[in-house]
Design a protein around this ligand. Structure first.
Ligand code: SF4
Length: 444
């Protein structure tokens, strides 16, 4: 999933979890023990496999797709979902006799009849691939665009943000696992009378309403406009996991003059990305680390497709910003951060905004401490030294200047932010008001 900036207040650290793994033994500490020392550490099976990975004894390939055998809904449930318009044939897939192979993301799930995909949203029904995550968002909100975070795209505007269930990744630190690691049937309920979300909008919605509510692609732009949002953000979980809904919604919104924002982990195959990109006005791409090992261990994914996605957005001229969450012991190696910044400058140029974000304990990493602010400051120094002009630090309320944009020529602040609020805007038609240098971004 893509990562929205989250204030610490909205997180719920759960404290040390149960189980036999020493809670505060970091990967670096384990390495320091050496191979002999490791034999003396009492750890469970899961921890042993973790150590095997750590020592490079496991495979460097991404984990295989997790297929939920025989988990497709019954005929009765499927018919109910179809009547609601929540079922749609998948795009970008191969028929392999009665099996199907989805080609939307690098998981490339192969499903036999009756199976459910890794992202939990797709099923093989009688040799056809269907998505169950269509027109049925499980959550939506009106957010400042700065919360995505996007700092160089329509600053100070609101964005209508929505998500369905499901994700192509299994991030240990997922902040939205309650929806990203669920199947559509766990977040939506087709029983009861139909309820379509479209203007005139209801004064209020209950949780029960939300479970049965439909939001069709043709209605999204009207809803966003009614809520004074010039854009729609496909976010919270992972828009690639609900690709067909994302694509149809982006296309419909574009024809109605509403912009589209994709908040993504970037793990998508080239064809569907190139098909979607012409309808994308801005993207936020999580670059979760800079090694295949990190992606395998932390996210159950692969790095190479993410780098390809970044290069394709750059090639196609789509505005996008990069976020890197610094997770203690996983992605806080300063040499790795230096190499990542070098790659960004070499491949995407110095004007690509980079947001370092502070990790807070959550999901399966609730035993780790928050990222030290010192580490974030060092990372910012490295990024600037590499040549990046717009580097931010997120999730650290009160850190002076962390979210401000400075002119790369005269170094004066041109956008001042207080967390997600724009408190001063010294831009004139996208140029620094002081020295008239053009600031990279989409400003109107
Ligand atoms: S989008 Fe879902 S079904 Fe398709 S390959 Fe990726 S995980 Fe599998």
């Amino acid at each position: 999933m893509g990562l929205d900036q989250t204030t610490p207040e909205s997180l719920s650290p759960r404290g040390p979890g149960a189980g036999g793994t020493p809670r505060f033994l970091t990967r670096r500490q384990a390495l320091a023990c050496g191979a002999v020392g490791l034999a003396n550490i009492a750890m469970g099976t899961e921890a042993n496999s973790w150590l095997r990975d750590l020592l490079g004894l496991g495979s460097s390939a991404a984990a295989p797709a997790e297929i939920f055998k025989g988990d497709a809904p019954s005929d009765e449930v499927f018919a109910l979902w179809q009547r609601r318009g929540w079922v749609h044939e998948g795009s970008h897939y191969l028929k392999l006799d009665r099996n199907v192979q989805c080609k939307v993301c690098p998981n490339n799930c192969i499903l036999a009849p009756g199976d459910r995909s890794h992202c939990r949203n797709k099923i093989n029904r009688d040799g056809t691939l269907y998505t169950l995550a269509y027109a049925n968002p499980c959550t939506f909100h009106v957010d400042p665009v700065e919360k995505k975070p996007l700092f160089h795209f329509l600053p100070g505007s609101l964005t209508f943000s929505l998500a369905t269930s499901g994700c192509v990744f299994r991030c240990l630190n997922c902040q939205n696992w309650e929806i990203s690691q669920k199947k559509p049937e766990e977040t939506k309920d087709p029983h009861g009378s139909a309820l379509c979300f479209r203007p005139p909008l209801p004064a209020a919605l209950t949780a029960t309403d939300l479970r049965r509510l439909s939001l069709f692609p043709d209605d999204i732009a009207a809803v966003a406009t009614a809520l004074r949002c010039p854009s729609v953000a496909y976010t919270y979980s992972e828009p690639t996991a609900y690709y067909e809904y994302t694509f149809d919604s982006c296309r419909a919104a574009r024809t109605r003059g509403v912009r589209n924002i994709i908040v993504t982990c970037g793990s998508i195959e080239e064809r569907p990305l190139r098909e979607l990109a012409p309808f994308v006005d801005a993207a936020h791409v999580d670059l979760k680390g800079f090694s295949e090992d990190t992606y395998r261990q932390l996210n159950s994914g692969k790095l190479e497709p993410i780098l390809r996605t970044l290069k394709i957005y750059h090639e196609l001229g789509v505005w996008f910003e990069v976020i890197n969450l610094i997770v203690p012991t996983y992605t806080d190696d300063l040499d790795g951060i230096r190499r990542m910044c070098g790659w960004l400058v070499d491949n995407l140029g110095p004007d690509r905004p980079l947001h370092f974000s502070r990790f807070h304990p959550q999901h399966k990493l609730d035993h780790l401490p928050p990222t030290p602010v010192e580490t974030l400051l060092k990372a910012r120094d490295l990024a600037r030294a590499a040549g990046l002009r717009y580097v931010y630090i997120g999730n650290v309320p009160g850190l002076a200047g962390a979210g401000n944009t400075s002119c790369p020529t005269c170094h004066r602040t041109v956008i001042e932010r207080d967390i997600f609020s724009v408190t001063r805007l010294d831009l004139n038609a996208g140029k620094c008001r002081h020295c008239h240098t053009a600031i990279a971004g989409v400003w109107s």
